[in-house]
Design a protein around this ligand. Structure first.
Ligand SMILES: Cc1ncc(COP(=O)(O)O)c(C=O)c1O
Length: 403
């Protein structure tokens, strides 16, 4: 499509020199010697799976997000499943969520035999639009599942008002938003249950891992049982009590997070504030640079929030560009910038189309955003040169394709 020739400033996709010689991923973990030592120490101890580090990690995490309880899981997806169970979701129930998310948010509703219902998003934040959400509430609705897209908290006051009015449970998917704040309160202390992920591209990592925070002791108890086959005590508690007897009281799973993963989580948690500060710094630099580039819209930030910047998704202004998202994406990749797209709206996936008959066109704001979204590299381990390279590549590519 492009007619740019192979001059020194030519796009790499057209044979020019890339902005940087090595590939910069969109996200990656940072692991230091203290992290490694903490894991090795547990590997040399008596407890590989549920041991002392699990409770320690949960207590420190709960304190950090301002919740009374935190329950760890083997992944964010397992944590979502457990929260859907604890909320009492079952066949015949509906839970409302956003199409602008990873499929796991909606899948956890299906795991419980209930039906996920989507509501469209607000065009600035791409978080659930409270008006659209209100329109989707029916006599079958039991839970609301807002997602803090890219790390920007959802409209949590409006969601709480709707849940109180209709007697619904709020499960906040904060897999992008560890460390974010909403009206001065930490995400994790606001919804009935808040779900986090510790996948390597997140703010802290345990390899795979997840957490649910809650102020409700009943939810906490159910979550603990659900992740351990529905059994009312763990092996370590039985050993220390000198008991063999246990009771399975509900149908649970093995969703436990091992002790060595929790040891890594504890170390990583010490670095959360520094990680957040670096992500916020990168976001501020990006936003300042991209405001000046026609054809690119930086992500919006509402004044009542302090986002955690898991992702930095720009939107293209296609009318100002002579290429579509796919070509711009390929051009940025050729410059060695590891761009990505978050998200293919969930109702576009073949499984959801086939099962629920979605044809496209149902959620116009999310669908329009999807056609224009590109996630730029965003992780706390990026150095200043990496940040400069991303800005230079966006400038170069948007400039070459501008109308
Ligand atoms: C919004 C959202 N929800 C849920 C998940 C699932 O988390 P995990 O990968 O830890 O299972 C992710 C994962 O990236 C996510 O982005």
């Amino acid at each position: 499509m492009s007619t740019v020739s192979a001059t020194p400033h030519a796009l790499a996709i057209n044979g020019g020199t890339p902005v940087r010689p090595t590939f910069l991923p969109y996200g990656r973990q940072s692991i230091d010697e203290a992290d490694i030592q903490a894991v090795v120490d547990v590997l040399r101890s008596d407890w590989l799976t549920t041991g002392p580090k699990v409770g320690e990690f949960e207590e420190q995490f709960a304190a950090r997000v301002g919740a009374a309880h935190a329950v760890s899981f083997s992944s964010g997806t397992a944590a979502l499943h457990a929260a859907a169970f604890a909320a009492g979701l079952k066949a015949g129930d509906e839970a409302i969520t956003t199409p602008m998310t990873f499929a796991a948010t909606a899948n956890c509703v299906l795991y419980q035999g209930a039906t996920p219902v989507f509501a469209d998003v607000s065009s600035d934040t791409l978080n659930l639009d409270p008006e659209k959400l209100a329109q989707r509430i029916s006599s079958k609705t039991r839970a609301l599942l807002p997602v803090d897209y890219a790390g920007h908290p959802a409209d949590l006051t409006a969601v709480a008002e709707l849940s109180q009015k209709h007697g619904l449970v709020v499960i906040e998917d904060a897999c992008h938003a560890l460390g974010a704040e909403y009206r001065g309160q930490p995400v994790g202390s606001i919804a009935d249950m808040t779900v986090f992920s510790f996948h390597p591209v997140k703010h802290i990592t345990t390899g795979e891992g997840g957490m649910v925070s809650t102020n409700n002791p009943k939810f906490a108890e159910t979550l603990r049982r659900f992740r351990n086959h529905g059994i009312s005590s763990d092996a370590r508690q039985r050993q220390s009590a000198g008991q063999w007897h246990y009771e399975m009281v509900l149908l649970g799973f093995n969703y436990r997070l091992p002790d060595f993963a929790c040891a890594l989580g504890i170390q990583q948690l010490h670095k959360l504030d520094a990680n957040l500060a670096r992500r916020r710094e990168i976001a501020a630099r990006y936003t300042a640079a991209f405001r000046a580039i026609p054809g690119v819209i930086p992500p919006a930030v509402r004044p009542e929030t302090n986002p955690a910047w898991h992702l930095y998704p720009i939107r293209l202004v296609l009318k100002n560009l002579i290429a579509d998202r796919t070509e711009i994406f390929r051009a940025l990749r050729a410059e060695n910038i590891g761009v990505n797209v978050h998200y293919i709206p969930v109702h576009f996936h073949p499984y959801y189309r086939d099962r629920f008959g979605y044809k496209g066109g149902e959620f116009p704001v999310a669908e329009d955003a999807y056609s224009r979204l590109i996630s730029l590299p965003m992780f706390h381990g990026m150095n200043d040169q990496d940040v400069q390279d991303v800005i230079a590549a966006v400038r170069k590519v948007a400039g070459s394709y501008s109308r």
